[in-house]
Design a protein around this ligand. Structure first.
Ligand code: NAD
Ligand code: IPM
Ligand code: MN
Length: 367
């Protein structure tokens, strides 16, 4: 039996609710002889409540050892008052930084059954399949100096946008590699018109393309115009590569092209380890959704599709990933919807658990 190790960190809010549905999917694969050694641990507010820190060193060490980490979501209003250094979000940022997960893949695919549901016209989103590659371990999220300082009588908030050329080059390579397996097109987004880091970003991405990927089509766009183009005609894009902050914003925007934030998975990948697999963390793009937590309303699909990405990128199980993606599509085609996928005309939503069960039933029907 192949050993496949997974560390599951459900986190806060709807994190544990959606992760419970992923566990059902993992168990189903287990019955098919595709088994995983699963360890579960705390992250975010849950870890703070238990240990006074959003990520213990022991959990960090476990994350470094496993084949893949699966994370639900962190954060919530209860923790807003905490010092910045122990906020739930710091646990997630530490995982990303210490595992050096520099390439965050955020696909936005419009499932056929949801083409009518997007806030954009059907022909704008039907068949949409784009991949946002967000730089995840640098930029303004981590640049120094940072902090709130006193200048005379005033407080000043400081963050620094900083990128080295090697940081830009490695995430650019991830984007070009992905593009070669898809539509062979990369659009790089920055603000080279106002930021020096954007000027360097544009230069380095172009240099990597010219030296190593001359077969891939590359264009450059200012990130604000990119946001506009993403809503105007998103199908013009194949792979988008962008920095940490712009990638955060653009991927939430892209979520609405697919219908709901509850649909969008992500993979955060680092450099390949000795076994050839990348260090990896998989998580939905959405957060802990405090407004619906504990009510059984959350859509588990983003988290389930994040597990599909783990099958593909960490375990070489591409056909099983497709099987899972088809099961999700089939459930949506049957008209089953969690509340976030209900249009103004209404209807009866199903619960988080019912959605998980329906997806497992489709999986079972697929063999
Ligand atoms: P959010 O993504 O949690 O919620 C935004 C909106 O989308 C809410 O109305 C929510 O109900 C809805 N939503 C999100 N996921 C959903 C799902 N699976 N099913 C149905 N509806 C869903 O963003 P927010 O409200 O800005 O942030 C809440 C907390 O989550 C904050 O503490 C934030 O820092 C944290 N956060 C964490 C992550 C993460 O863990 N990766 C990501 C984003 C935000
Ligand atoms: C995301 C989130 C995180 C981010 C927060 C929770 C640290 O918004 O994963 O998109 O800003 O990267
Ligand atoms: Mn975000």
């Amino acid at each position: 039996m192949t050993d496949r190790s997974l560390l599951i960190l459900p986190g806060d809010g709807i994190g544990p609710e959606v992760m419970a549905e992923v566990r059902k999917v993992i168990d189903w694969f287990g019955t098919r002889g595709i088994s995983f050694t699963v360890t579960e641990d705390l992250v975010g507010g849950a870890a703070y409540d238990a240990h006074g820190t959003p990520l213990t060193d022991a959990t960090m060490a476990k994350a470094q050892e496993v084949d893949a980490v699966l994370l639900g979501a962190v954060g919530g209003p209860k923790y807003d008052v905490l010092d910045f250094s122990v906020k739930p979000e710091r646990g997630l940022l530490r995982l990303r930084k210490e595992m050096d997960l520099y390439a965050n893949l955020r696909p936005a695919q419009c499932f056929d059954a949801l083409a009518d549901f997007s806030s954009l016209k059907k022909d704008v989103v039907a068949g949409l399949d784009i991949m946002i590659v967000r730089e995840l371990t640098s930029g303004v999220y981590f640049g120094e100096p940072r902090g709130i300082i006193k200048e005379g009588n005033e407080r000043v908030g400081i963050n620094t946008q900083r990128y080295t050329e090697s940081e830009i080059a490695r995430v650019a390579r991830s984007a070009f590699e992905l593009a070669r397996r898809r539509g062979n097109k990369v659009c790089s987004m920055e603000k080279a018109n106002v930021m020096e880091s954007g000027v360097l970003w544009r230069q380095v991405v172009q240099e990597v393309r010219d030296a190593e990927y001359p077969d891939v089509e590359l264009s450059h766009m200012y990130a604000d115009a990119g946001a506009m183009q993403l809503t105007r005609w998103p199908k013009q894009f194949d792979v988008i590569v962008t920095d940490n902050l712009f990638g955060d914003l653009l991927s939430d925007l892209a979520a609405m092209l697919t219908g709901s934030l509850g649909m969008l998975p992500s993979a955060s990948l680092g450099a390949p380890m000795e076994n050839g697999r990348p260090k990896a963390l998989y998580e939905p793009v959405h957060g802990s959704a405090p407004d619906i937590a504990g009510q059984g309303k959350a859509n588990p699909i983003a988290c389930i599709l994040s597990f599909a990405m783990a099958l593909r990128y960490s375990f070489d199980l591409g056909s099983e990933a497709e099987r899972l993606e088809h099961a999700v599509n089939a459930v949506l085609a049957d008209g089953l919807r969690t509340a976030d996928l209900m249009g103004p005309e209404g209807g009866t939503p199903i619960s988080t658990a019912q959605m998980g069960d329906a997806i497992v039933a489709k999986l079972a029907a697929s063999v």
